[in-house]
Design a protein around this ligand. Structure first.
Ligand code: ACO
Length: 455
């Protein structure tokens, strides 16, 4: 296990300086410390399991030899207790409501950095200098144009297709261009693909939106900041204050360690599938309502409450009735058990955006009253359910004119750097192996087939 430490990223200008083909091995940030061992007894056989400790002192049992030595595997539905990798990108303490990217608190990053700076930090491990950021920005923006033939793909799908399906298809299709960028095992090709997708994803997302409305795409503009360029490609105009708020939302979504979509990207990447295919898979995983799709469902829920005219209480009663199958969308999190620090920042940003635009949204009032009711209710208190990042983001998207079915696409734009940082980290780990869990089989034991006519 000591040899399976995480390899920290290498800044892109350092890559350029050495010809981008790789000379020195990237420095190691931290190797999971192998401290003591834990002894277990299985069927009378003593086994010592090494304890691996992370830089924030989280502990794991290394069960790498468990099956070979005992014949047992572990069973952990939902991977609630399973560490799938060692990673130096993102740290979360769900009990304390802490989220840090590469050691920096999310509150400080959201306050001081821009989205591309955050992307650089996640990808390469350090905050960029001004000249590094400028170089990064140029290399991303110069790849923002997408092949015009890709627009035909948008036209080919059904006009009421969900934008997430279009986004995943178009990202996958991007792998058919630029054949020399597709090998994830070649460092130079990895870096090109990363900048390429960071440049192109907003263009593809805006194109999908405009085609669904029968509108011509708008070309990317290199003179605009990242989020402003996206809004301009969506609407043909941009309010820079609103673009700043969107930039902050993207930062808040940029990474969240081993969540469902990131784990998907890592597992697909582990088969050495190219970056585009791995990210397309992540987009599909994000789409689900229990993950990124929750932001769309939050607004639909708030609209339902608003249209009912009954206020939030009857809805909360329905949520608490387990037979209803209704959940309070935007509430609860696998990891956060006290509060989601991103939700706190977003709640404030939501007030600011609505004030800037002079909008009064009755859904915001319903959201606030729903939050208050839930936070005082024993059902939610006892299960440690708090608003998550999706609870307020939809209200901001609505205010800036993003249609509801595009909300999860916005999440994907924000999460892209995190997905790619994990994909990159995976490929820089010399000890990586294909992701391949086992199972406990519960089907029939061996039986004899009868020919079809005799069944
Ligand atoms: N509303 C009502 N009850 C809930 C909710 C909710 N939103 N979330 C959890 N619970 C209840 C469960 O019914 C369960 O109750 P029980 O112990 O009486 O059976 C208990 O709380 C634990 O819930 P689990 O489903 O076991 O928690 P898990 O960690 O598996 O799920 C999840 C986390 C999927 C986020 C869940 O809280 C949920 O469905 N939330 C609503 C959807 C949502 O907002 N998703 C976005 C998550 S953040 C993100 O992906 C960016």
């Amino acid at each position: 296990m000591g040899t399976r430490g995480v390899v920290r990223g290498q800044a892109p200008d350092a890559l350029q300086n050495r010809g981008a083909t790789g000379v020195a091995a990237p420095p190691r940030e931290h190797e999971g410390n192998m401290g003591h061992e834990v002894h277990i007894n299985i069927d009378g056989q003593d086994l010592s399991l090494p304890v691996v400790e992370g830089s924030e002192h989280e502990k794991a049992l290394d069960i790498g030899k468990l099956r070979a030595q005992t014949g047992y595997i572990t069973l952990d539905p939902g991977y609630v207790n399973t560490g799938a990798c060692q990673s130096s990108i993102c740290f979360i303490d769900g009990e304390k409501g802490i989220l840090r990217y590469r050691g920096y608190p999310i509150e400080e990053i959201a306050d001081q950095a821009c989205f591309l700076e955050t992307a650089y930090l996640l990808l390469y491990g350090e905050l960029p200098t001004q000249s590094q950021l400028d170089g990064f920005r140029v290399s991303v923006k110069e790849r923002a144009e997408v092949p015009s033939a890709l627009g035909k793909l948008c036209e080919a799908v059904s006009s009421d297709a969900h934008p997430m399906s279009v986004l995943a298809s178009m990202v996958n299709a991007l792998s058919s261009y630029g054949r020399d960028w597709r090998k994830p095992t070649v460092e130079e090709q990895r870096e090109k693909a990363i900048r390429d997708l960071l440049g192109k994803l907003p263009t593809v997302a805006a194109m999908a939106f405009r085609r669904s409305r029968g509108l011509d795409p708008i070309a990317p503009r290199a003179d605009l900041p990242y989020a402003a360029n996206f809004l301009n490609m969506m609407f043909g105009e941009v309010n820079l204050k609103v673009a700043e708020a969107l930039d902050k939302i993207l930062i808040l979504h940029a990474d969240h360690e081993q969540n469902c979509s990131t784990s998907t990207v890592r597992i697909v990447g582990s088969s050495e599938a190219n970056l585009y295919a791995s990210i397309a898979a992540g987009i599909c995983a994000l789409w689900g309502p229990l993950h990124g799709g929750a932001n769309q469902r939050v607004i639909e829920m708030l609209e339902t409450i608003h249209n009912s005219g009954d206020g939030p209480d009857p809805f909360v009663d329905k949520v608490k009735d387990k037979t209803s199958g209704v959940r309070l969308m935007g509430f609860g999190h696998r990891v956060y058990k006290n509060f989601d620090p991103r939700a706190k920042i977003l709640k404030k940003a939501c007030d600011e955006v609505l004030a800037t635009l002079g909008i009064e949204d009755p859904l915001l009032d319903i959201a606030k009253s729903l939050e208050k009711t839930a936070l005082e209710d024993e059902y939610f208190i006892s299960r440690q359910l708090y608003p998550n990042v999706d609870f307020y983001s939809g209200i901001i998207y609505r205010a800036i004119g993003i249609p509801t079915n595009m909300f999860t696409v916005m999440f994907a734009l924000g999460r892209l750097p995190g997905w790619m940082a994990h994909w990159r980290e995976l490929h820089e780990d010399p000890a990586r192996r294909i992701g391949r869990p086992r199972q406990i089989y519960t089907g029939p034991t061996q039986r004899k087939m009868t020919p079809i006519g005799q069944r």
